[in-house]
Structure formats: C-alpha cells, structure tokens
Ligand binder design. Structure first.
Ligand SMILES: CCCCCCCC(=O)SCCNC(=O)CCNC(=O)[C@H](O)C(C)(C)COP(=O)(O)OP(=O)(O)OC[C@H]1O[C@@H](n2cnc3c(N)ncnc32)[C@H](O)[C@@H]1OP(=O)(O)O
Length: 230
C-alpha cells in the first residue's frame, strides 16, 4: 500500500469545497502532522469497515488480534501534550484533536466550516452509517454535536467565544447519512458574557432537518484572565 502524505488534506474531508481563506477547521491552516491526519482517516475508514463488515467469525477474530498489535504499538508511543490550540484569522479556536473538526481525531467527521462574507458559518458535510441512530437515520446526538460546534463558531467569529450554556434543538425531519447536507449558523446577540446563536442542518436546497438555538457563556475565569482581574 502506498501512502501519499500530500493528499492528507483532501483525505480528511472528501467532498469538502472549503478553501484555505475563511475556513475554520484543523486542515485549514495545515497544522499538525500530515502523517497523523492520514492515520486518523485510515482509522475512520476502519471504523466504517467494522460497522459494515460481513466477515465470518474466524476472520473477525484474526483481524481483531492484528488490530490489537497496532493498538499496543501506538499506545506505547503515547504523547503527554495536548494538540496545540490556535486561532484562525476569524478568531475561531481550533485544534487537530477536536471531536468535531479535528483532522487528527478519528472520531471527528472532520467538519470543515467556512466563514461567509456575512459572518455566517457554513459547512458542507455528509454523515456515514457509523453515525446511525434510528435505522437509516443519523443519531440525534450526533446532529446536536455538529450544531453545538457551528453555533459556537458563529459566536466566536462575533467575538464572544464561550462554553455552551444551553442548546435547544428541534428535530424537523430525519437526517439521512450518505447524502450531502449543509450546516449553517449565525450569531444573534450578546448581553454581557452571554451570546446567542442559531443554526440548522439542512438539505442542499435549504430544507431544514434540525434547527438549533444556543446560549454561549464566556466563563468568568476567561474574562478575568483577559483583563488580569482577580
Ligand atoms: C469555536 C469552538 C466552538 C465550540 C462549541 C462547542 C462548545 C462546547 O461544547 S462547550 C462544552 C459544554 N459546555 C460546558 O461544559 C459548560 C459547563 N459550564 C460551565 O463551565 C459554567 O457553568 C459556565 C462557563 C457556562 C458559566 O460559568 P460562569 O462563567 O461562572 O458563569 P456565572 O457567572 O455563574 O453566570 C453568568 C451568567 O450566565 C448564566 N448561566 C450560567 N450557566 C448557565 C447555563 N448553563 N444556562 C443558562 N444560563 C447560564 C447565569 O445565570 C448568569 O446569568 P446573569 O449574568 O444574567 O446573572
């Protein structure tokens, strides 16, 4: 098998049309290791293959033993530091280990979002069968995680970065996997350390599937650190 390191950026989000400028997500600034991004993508492919396998029992036992060897090999080289946190030009924090956007995190889609000229967050995405909840539909918690993140990004772009205080969802229609979808979010308003945003996951024609509103709170400790207050 030949591994093309140069293709890591494409491999991490097939089908993404995100450009480097105005794009939020670990791949946007080319941070991290291309090799690690490829490993993460390989593990995503592996997880998909596990979910869909029809292998006989003895084959599964053999494959499991082979994977255990690889897991031990990686575990022996565990790092002690976190992935570095960086801010992109729009002020959105990101790191390659993030559960939604992290190119080096196999658990992440990973989502690659763009900041549009009107400061809306927009991400093209496609769920996979591994995200299934009800038969043929994406698990509601997975949709919530994506919306939590893009709403948080909308607030960060507006200068009010914070932690999610509340997230309210309306599941309008079942969310399919294996189909192109669009997640968008907009900043609404702020009061002191509290900021609100709204967003949705929709079909490409705009038909809403899940709608969300969220309150994000800049933690008191962050403000104190920024202002040097005690
Ligand atoms: C760009 C990246 C996008 C990332 C998006 C994803 C973000 C996440 O997933 S964050 C993880 C999930 N969220 C959390 O873990 C948050 C856990 N909670 C906390 O850390 C704290 O409770 C926190 C930060 C929300 C508030 O703490 P603190 O700064 O001490 O707030 P505090 O001073 O008590 O309250 C400030 C105001 O917010 C209100 N408030 C506090 N918590 C909440 C809440 N959960 N819901 C509603 N209102 C709240 C208070 O009532 C108060 O209101 P007012 O000013 O009107 O009296």
């Amino acid at each position: 098998m030949t591994i093309e390191l140069a293709s890591a950026e494409n491999a991490e989000n097939p089908g993404s049309t995100g450009s480097a400028e105005g794009t939020t997500g670990a791949s946007a600034a080319g941070e991290g290791s291309a090799a690690l991004d490829l490993l993460a993508q390989q593990v995503r492919d592996l997880v998909d293959a596990v979910v869909l396998t029809g292998a006989p029992q003895d084959e599964i036992v053999e494959i499991t033993a082979e994977l255990a060897v690889l897991t031990d090999r990686l575990r022996a080289l565990r790092r002690t530091s976190r992935h570095p946190l960086a801010f992109d030009p729009e002020g959105v924090p990101r790191h390659a280990g993030n559960a939604v956007t992290g190119s080096a995190n196999p658990y992440a889609l990973p989502l690659v979002s763009q900041v549009t000229p009107d400061r809306t967050i927009r991400a093209e995405l496609s769920f996979r069968q591994v995200h299934e909840g009800p038969p043929t539909s994406v698990h509601g918690g997975v949709s919530a995680m994506i919306l939590d993140h893009v709403l948080g990004q909308a607030v960060a772009v507006a200068g009010g970065a914070g932690m999610t205080g509340t997230l309210t969802l309306r599941y309008v229609r079942r969310v399919p996997y294996g189909e192109p979808l669009v997640a968008t979010a907009e900043y609404v308003r702020s009061e002191g350390r509290k900021s609100w945003a709204e967003g949705r996951i929709a079909l490409p024609d705009g038909t809403p599937l899940v709608e969300a509103t969220g309150l994000f709170i800049t933690p008191r400790v962050w403000k104190e650190e920024m202002t040097g207050a005690q």
